[in-house]
Design a protein around this ligand. Structure first.
Ligand SMILES: [Zn+2]
Length: 252
């Protein structure tokens, strides 16, 4: 097993990747957890030894050091401003997009930065007309890249209730299509037509018990009460046309 410390540059790339994929900002405690989950297996024995002070592993100590380096390089919002939330700056996002992505099947689309505050980095292309395969029933082949991308941006947190379910196999959430994919709706399988929801809110949304206004206010029509604002994440633009389709379809 390797005994060298993971280089600062590698820690920086991991940090950027993690932040980018989680939508650009992550609280410190969560950053530690996610980094551990994703990269723990790649760390060396030396990385896992404790610092001289003995209160943390060397790799985490060095990751926090790298966070400061990145702050100085203006890739992260200063800790004094972001209050413990590790947050990418515009330059940080640019740096994130420069990192070669591991999955060669995901197409990287470079968009002008000013088009929207929510231009998703490395958004999977998805399918405007999902392909259909005739088996016994007609099944729509969904792009799991799109669903996975949205779930990752929200870190599996329901956009309606904020609940994040955890299972022994990891966090669980569902990707809900706003304008349904199947006939006769023919909604597109793209990020802008997908919400990250818990199973309960996915079901209620699909049945039209929940609707979402253009201002992203969620209404529960079983009690005609507002459930507040849909939780947003940078990197996930929700196309209002699909919300309107969903409301019209359910007579809202
Ligand atoms: Zn929920």
């Amino acid at each position: 097993m390797a005994s060298e410390l993971t280089p600062q540059q590698v820690l920086r790339e991991w940090l950027l990747t993690m932040l980018g994929e989680l939508g650009g900002s992550v609280p410190t405690a969560r950053a530690l957890k996610v980094m551990e989950q994703r990269y723990g297996a790649l760390l060396s024995e030396e990385d896992w030894t404790l610092t001289k002070r003995g209160d943390e592993s060397k790799w985490w100590n060095r990751t926090r050091f790298e966070r400061k380096n990145m702050e100085r390089a203006k890739l992260l919002v200063p800790a004094s401003v972001s209050r413990g939330i590790w947050t990418l700056t515009e330059a940080g996002w640019e740096e994130y997009r420069r990192i070669p992505k591991v999955d060669p099947t995901v197409e990287i689309v470079e968009e002008p930065r000013d088009s929207s505050p929510a231009q998703p980095p490395n958004e999977p292309a998805g399918k405007v007309s999902p392909s259909r395969a005739e088996v016994n029933t007609q099944r729509i082949i969904r792009s799991t890249a799109v669903a996975d991308h949205v779930k990752r941006i929200h870190d599996h947190t329901c956009q309606v209730c904020g609940i994040r379910l955890t299972t022994p196999k990891g966090a669980y959430s569902e990707a809900a299509h706003i304008q349904p994919l199947g006939h006769p709706h023919s909604g597109p399988d793209i990020v802008a037509n997908v919400l990250c929801l818990c199973p309960n809110h996915h079901l209620l949304f699909d049945f039209g018990t929940l609707s979402v206004s253009d201002d992203l206010i969620v209404t529960d029509h079983s009690s005609e009460s507002s459930l507040g604002h849909l939780r947003e994440a940078s990197g996930h633009l929700i196309e209002r046309d699909y919300l309107a389709y969903h409301r019209n379809h359910h007579g809202r």
